[in-house]
Design a protein around this ligand. Structure first.
Ligand SMILES: [Cu+2]
Length: 367
């Protein structure tokens, strides 16, 4: 495949920047995919030009008005053999490198590290399963401000391709990604790294990449059916190994701080502070930071019967969601996050329930 790259050496560099071509490849597999794409394109163009040149030449040169008579012949064995054998070799010429690439894509053996990517409606959760980062896990939410989506502010450069917590990986390491889903089909795709793998509820699929250069690589959930797959982007941050070690240390200490003793009693102020963050990250897209929602689609929580009613019912609704509505289950949040967000809803905007929910109460209601 190096040949094709060399053949188009000079042109290749500028094509790589083109908005009409695939994204510039940044991993060995992406490079193979890119080269395959160019090879097949060139073969198609050669065939196209060859066939149509010959055809138009024949039509013009042998037209009736200059006195040509159609030749009458059929069953010319030589021609039939030629037009079978030539396409056969063209197909083999394309299938052989394509098969090699597919086999390489599927070869997830001997990875340097493994990350599980779990899809949720509508975000990604990541768990670092081994290596230096073992034990790190976080959610990655769309970070594009609502005002840009609604058009009241100009769109940023990474519009809908930015998240709060990117997946950080070291460059030059083979990273295996396990994909699965919590609810519906999703797909983990990062074009520049040459990966696209369906995330299927109840199944684990895997894929891999090796980022060659430090950089930020952006992708999207590539599943079509479902209204918000376009709002759960994927961002992979590839960094030098020293920077990666630093990130791991920071992520672990942050995580250590948020893992709380399940029996810890929080104060109202603590719960409200944490709750505001959890609400902004998980609930405000629908219910709005003002708690006013967007009725009738998304009810206001300000003055809501549930948010000011018995707290067990309130916790249960957030834990289980409401079937057949956009209100999904949030059981993947920690007991502390759930206790905080429910407390926050009960005591924010105009709501004055005055009570608070402790993580232990959420834990008891999970059953
Ligand atoms: Cu999705």
């Amino acid at each position: 495949m190096a040949g094709i790259g060399m053949l188009f050496g000079a042109a290749g560099a500028s094509w790589a920047q083109s908005r009409y071509n695939l994204q510039p490849p940044q991993s060995p597999i992406a490079t193979q995919i890119y080269d395959l794409h160019m090879l097949v394109l060139v073969i198609c163009v050669i065939i196209f030009v060859g066939v149509f040149s010959f055809m138009f030449y024949a039509i013009v040169k042998h037209r009736k008005s200059v006195g040509h008579k159609a030749a009458q012949f059929h069953e010319n064995t030589t021609v039939e053999i030629i037009w079978t054998v030539i396409p056969f070799f063209i197909l083999i010429g394309m299938a052989y490198p394509a098969t090699k690439t597919i086999i390489a894509m599927k070869d997830t053996s001997t990875p340097d590290m493994t990350i599980k990517a779990t899809a949720y409606q509508w975000k990604w959760g990541y768990d670092y399963l081994n290596g230096e980062g073992e034990g790190i896990s976080f959610f990655s939410n769309l970070a594009t401000p609502k005002a840009q989506i609604e058009g009241s502010r100009p769109k940023g450069q990474s519009y809908l391709l930015e998240v709060d917590n990117p997946v950080v990986v070291p460059v030059g390491r083979k990273v295996r990604i396990l994909t699965t889903a919590n609810d519906v089909l999703h797909a983990w795709m990062v074009p520049a790294l040459g990966v696209k793998q369906d995330a299927i509820p109840g199944f684990i699929r895997d894929t891999w990449f090796k980022a060659e250069k430090p950089g930020t690589y952006r992708g999207q959930c590539a599943e079509l059916c479902g209204k918000d797959h376009g709002f759960m982007p994927i961002v992979v941050e590839a960094v030098e190994p020293e920077k990666y070690a630093q990130w791991v240390a920071e992520a672990k200490s942050k995580q250590g701080a948020s893992v709380v003793d399940p029996n810890k009693q929080f104060t109202l102020a603590e719960l409200m502070a944490l709750g505001e963050k959890v609400f902004a990250g998980n609930c405000a897209v629908c219910h709005l930071a003002s708690g006013k929602g967007m009725p009738p689609a998304f009810p206001a929580l300000n003055g809501s019967k549930v948010a000011t009613g018995p707290k067990d019912a309130h916790v249960k609704l957030v834990l289980s969601g409401k079937a057949n509505t956009a209100m999904a289950s949030f059981k993947q949040l920690s007991d502390a996050d759930l206790a905080a967000v429910v407390t926050y809803e009960r005591n924010s905007w105009g709501n004055k329930a005055g009570d608070l929910v402790q993580p232990a109460e959420v834990k008891a209601l999970r059953k």
